[in-house]
Ligand binder design. Structure first.
Ligand SMILES: Nc1ncnc2c1ncn2[C@@H]1O[C@H](COP(=O)(O)OP(=O)(O)OP(=O)(O)O)[C@@H](O)[C@H]1O
Length: 272
């Protein structure tokens, strides 16, 4: 079974958000945000702490209704989709995903199949379910731990299991909120390689600019809830952006072997 068979339904739709505004407790958290995530590409969502990345991902996932604006996936308005259709279209791996249970890892990953099961949760309509779950566990390197209790997993193993559950959901659009938290360097690189290879439309909030430079095709940079910059990572990530958005002095050159942007920081600047 290929990655695409596992995760996509043959389409890699664009995600187009226009004029998204979210207000919370009299504060404007997102301010007329426009975002285009091209089908089949990885779009990095960058920006400092509190700039609105998680809020934006929640709107793109349909978990939060914006005060203004609209999200379209492959031309369809996200909020017009029913819960199950939406879950087969868009899936989010949360930043602090928690699962408190004594279920086995395989069972937790199997929860990703719910949108494909019968109306009342029966697996009768999901003959591929078992194989898809097994393949998802294999893709994230957790096949050996499938029968372990969830509570026995390390933080990094749980993060990968959450990805497996999301892959088992077979969405067309994968939203990742700081997906490399808890992962060691090797697992970070494998995780982002896998996200690219899936061929899905991926939007990933990332703090690590080196990882963003290496694995994203495009970036959208938020600052104070507004889009500060967007475009291909190769032309968007530069020293001016480091200064303006992060208050960091640094240089962005071309990586000698990867031919991708290479970020080297000197330290915080005097002005933020
Ligand atoms: N319920 C709420 N009421 C008021 N403000 C909120 C609420 N939830 C979030 N915020 C604020 O919205 C802003 C954006 O939060 P969000 O989590 O989207 O940012 P972020 O870019 O993901 O941050 P980080 O990089 O630290 O994870 C923050 O200033 C946060 O304090």
């Amino acid at each position: 079974m290929t990655h695409r068979k596992l995760c996509a339904h043959g389409e890699t739709p664009d995600v187009l958000a226009t004029g998204l505004t979210v207000r919370l407790s009299d504060r404007t958290i997102l301010d007329r945000v426009d975002l285009l995530a091209h089908g089949g590409r990885v779009t990095g969502l960058l920006g400092p702490n509190g700039s609105g990345k998680t809020t934006l991902l929640h709107v793109l996932a349909g978990l939060r209704t914006p005060d203004e604006g609209i999200v379209r996936v492959g031309g369809r308005v996200l909020t017009d989709l029913g819960h199950r259709a939406r879950a087969r279209t868009v899936a989010l791996v949360e930043q602090h995903a928690t699962t408190t249970s004594d279920l086995s890892v395989r069972h937790v990953v199997g929860l990703g199949r719910l949108p494909h099961c019968g109306r009342f949760g029966g697996s009768g309509n999901d003959p591929d379910g078992e194989a898809v779950v097994a393949r998802a566990l294999e893709l994230v390197g957790l096949a050996d731990l499938a029968d372990r209790g969830w509570g026995s997993l390390s933080g990094g193993e749980r993060q990968r299991a959450h990805l497996a559950r999301t892959l088992a959901q077979e969405p067309q659009v994968l939203l990742l909120d700081e997906p490399t938290n808890h992962l060691d360097l090797g697992q970070q690189l494998r995780f982002l390689c896998l996200a690219r290879e899936l061929g899905l439309t991926v939007v990933a909030a990332l703090h690590d600019l080196e990882l963003a430079a290496a694995y994203c095709d495009d970036v959208v940079v938020l600052r104070h809830g507004r889009v500060h910059a967007d475009g291909p990572v190769i032309t968007t990530l530069d020293a001016t952006l480091l200064q303006e958005v992060y208050g960091v002095v640094g240089t962005v050159s071309s990586h000698p072997r990867l031919l991708r942007p290479h970020v080297v920081w000197d330290g915080p600047s005097q002005e933020v």
